[in-house]
Design a protein around this ligand. Structure first.
Ligand code: HEM
Ligand code: SF4
Ligand code: SF4
Length: 512
């Protein structure tokens, strides 16, 4: 990790921590920006469909339709218009924040390059949908925006004449033009929904919707906003007088002040450079490195149980027909292009158990860079060299902080690519070897660098997900620390567990 990416990750963690203080980690909106953007988009589309049924889609009727909704005495029109407008505004804001967060976390490269690249056009599709929506109001702001946009488009070397003829004369702003805008305003969001489907294709178990509490509070906030600050139109569009100043919608009309402050050509350059720079970010880090260390299946140890498929966060493993003529029907197969080399599949595989008697044990699925046999040897060596009466083993995730600094005479640290790479049987093994307790330390809760690691660790230890940690293993000797880079917090968890096991050992003679 370079200094810059480390700093950016720190910035993200700091931001996450701020929100964690205000919300519980599970409903921290900073963690659900993509899902919240999707919710707001669906809200805008759904309210838009209802608006459409109540709308007169002609140049002469459009403005009155807007006013009718705005002045509805039952306030339902106001709610509908507000949800449509503020839903669209929130969607753009949340999408930008989602982009910022994924960027801070370095999620533009590796296996995520696909989600990143397919995210870039979403931004501009969203903007087009919002811009054309404001035009449909056919008020003074719409007229100014259409005029300024047409002038901006004219700066393009191609079709300037055509644009001037079709946009900039009062005769051109007729019902046909209006139908075209309506077609774009309806078609682009549909294209957007289809593109979002593509955007999340390489992520398994996608969290499309925010948690219920967040979903309900978003709907409540947007509804209240619609009532308190009604979305309204300005005066009707008047072709004889294009206003020079109107109040702007800063979400979708931001380009106009930019064109005014600089020039149409400069803004084109700015937009193009920004888009290309964002789209080119995946080139910054080598994708080949990740491919080289992708998980590999060892058929001699694969029984076709498909647990690796269930746990892989990126859909990189599939079950295919058996090729080695054994009695099993299927075998695991890894697509290296999709593999993030997180090792979570190793933690899921039943043949990763350290209790096997084979000297050079091999798992059904292995990370070539960090195979399971040396991990067992490392654990054996480190636990046997511990001294003191309350020995603690820390299984720490390399994506979180560097826990090796916490190792001392009575604390051993075993590093893993992801906390969920740990087969739960390794915890039992460590305790049987003489450790008094085990800490599993990883990224902040619900913020696993590999998406699902913390969830799988918790479920495996609770016995809710295979491979289970056996019921006979004393849970009071295990602590989980979702502290990210906060080493003080991990250290506090180790001290807490040490105090806890010392009480246990004080009451009962140590079982080890
Ligand atoms: C309408 C706009 C967008 C919506 C609704 C949206 C929604 C989502 C959702 C629901 C996920 C899956 C999250 C999960 O389950 O972990 C996701 C992932 C992702 N999105 Fe977006 N997104 C949008 C735009 C963008 C943009 C503009 C970018 C960046 C250019 C982007 C980058 C990513 C990346 C890198 C991931 C993968 C995250 C991971 O694997 O942990 N998205 N998006
Ligand atoms: S979890 Fe292991 S044994 Fe099961 S299918 Fe995957 S590689 Fe094979
Ligand atoms: S290493 Fe991670 S991404 Fe690769 S196959 Fe295993 S679980 Fe999936």
């Amino acid at each position: 990790m370079t200094g810059l990416t480390r700093t950016l990750r720190h910035a993200d963690e700091a931001c996450t921590a701020v929100f964690d203080h205000a919300f519980a980690p599970g409903i921290n909106p900073w963690r659900h920006l993509g899902a919240m953007a999707f919710l707001c988009l669906v809200l805008a589309v759904a309210s838009g469909i209802v608006c459409y049924t109540l709308y007169d889609t002609s140049v002469t009727g459009a403005y009155q339709s807007g006013l009718r909704l705005q002045n509805d005495t039952l306030l339902l029109g106001r709610l509908l218009r507000g949800l449509h407008r503020y839903g669209a505004d929130a969607c753009l804001l949340l999408t930008l924040l989602h982009l910022l967060r994924e960027g801070l976390r370095g999620h533009y490269s590796g296996v995520r390059w696909f989600s990143w690249l397919t995210g870039v056009p979403l931004l501009w599709l969203l903007w087009m949908a919002g811009l054309t929506g404001l035009w449909l109001l056919w008020d003074a702001r719409a007229l100014l925006s259409i005029t300024v946009t047409a002038e901006w488009l004219q700066a393009l070397p191609i079709g300037a004449e055509l644009l001037a003829r079709n946009f900039l004369t009062p005769e051109a702003l007729n019902d046909r033009f209006f139908s075209l805008i309506m077609f774009i305003h309806i078609g682009v969001p549909l294209l957007l929904l289809a593109s979002i489907w593509v955007h999340v294709q390489r992520v398994s178990r996608v969290r499309m919707w925010p948690p219920r509490a967040l979903l309900l509070s978003t709907l409540t906030v947007l509804s209240l906003l619609s009532m308190v600050l009604p979305a309204s139109s300005l005066g009707v569009a008047d072709f004889s007088h294009v206003p020079q100043t109107v109040s702007l919608d800063w979400f979708y009309l931001f380009i106009h002040p930019l064109v005014e402050a600089f020039s149409a050509a400069t803004v084109w350059w700015g937009v193009t450079v920004f888009t290309l720079a964002v789209a080119a970010l995946p080139l910054l880090r080598s994708h080949r490195d990740v491919v080289r260390s992708a998980a590999q299946v060892d058929l001699a140890n694969c029984n076709g149980c498909s647990r690796c498929v269930a746990d892989c966060p990126f859909g990189a493993v599939t079950m295919v027909a058996r090729t080695d003529g054994t009695r099993y029907r299927v075998q695991a197969s890894v697509n290296p292009d999709l593999c993030a080399a997180c090792g979570i599949c190793v933690g899921a595989c039943p043949s990763s158990t350290p209790f096997r008697r084979i000297e050079d044990m091999v798992s059904g699925i292995e990370m070539p860079a960090t195979p399971i046999a040396p991990l067992r040897r490392e654990l054996q060596k480190k636990v046997s060299s511990l001294s003191g009466s309350h020995k603690i083993v820390v299984f720490s995730c390399r994506q979180a902080g560097n826990c090796t600094s916490l190792a001392n005479a009575s604390t051993a640290v075993v590093e893993l690519e992801c906390a969920a790479m740990l087969p739960p049987s390794f915890i039992e093994y460590a305790l049987r070897m003489g450790a008094s307790g085990a800490v599993v330390a990883g990224c902040r809760e619900a913020d696993c660098e590999f998406r699902l690691g913390d969830q799988w660790v918790k479920e495996r230890i609770l016995g809710a997900r295979e491979p289970y940690l056996r019921a006979s293993v004393p849970r009071e000797r295990i602590a989980l620390s979702w502290s990210g880079r906060d080493m003080l917090d991990v250290s506090a968890t180790i001290s807490m567990l040490r105090a806890q096991v010392s009480t246990l050992d004080g009451v009962h003679p140590s079982p080890h």
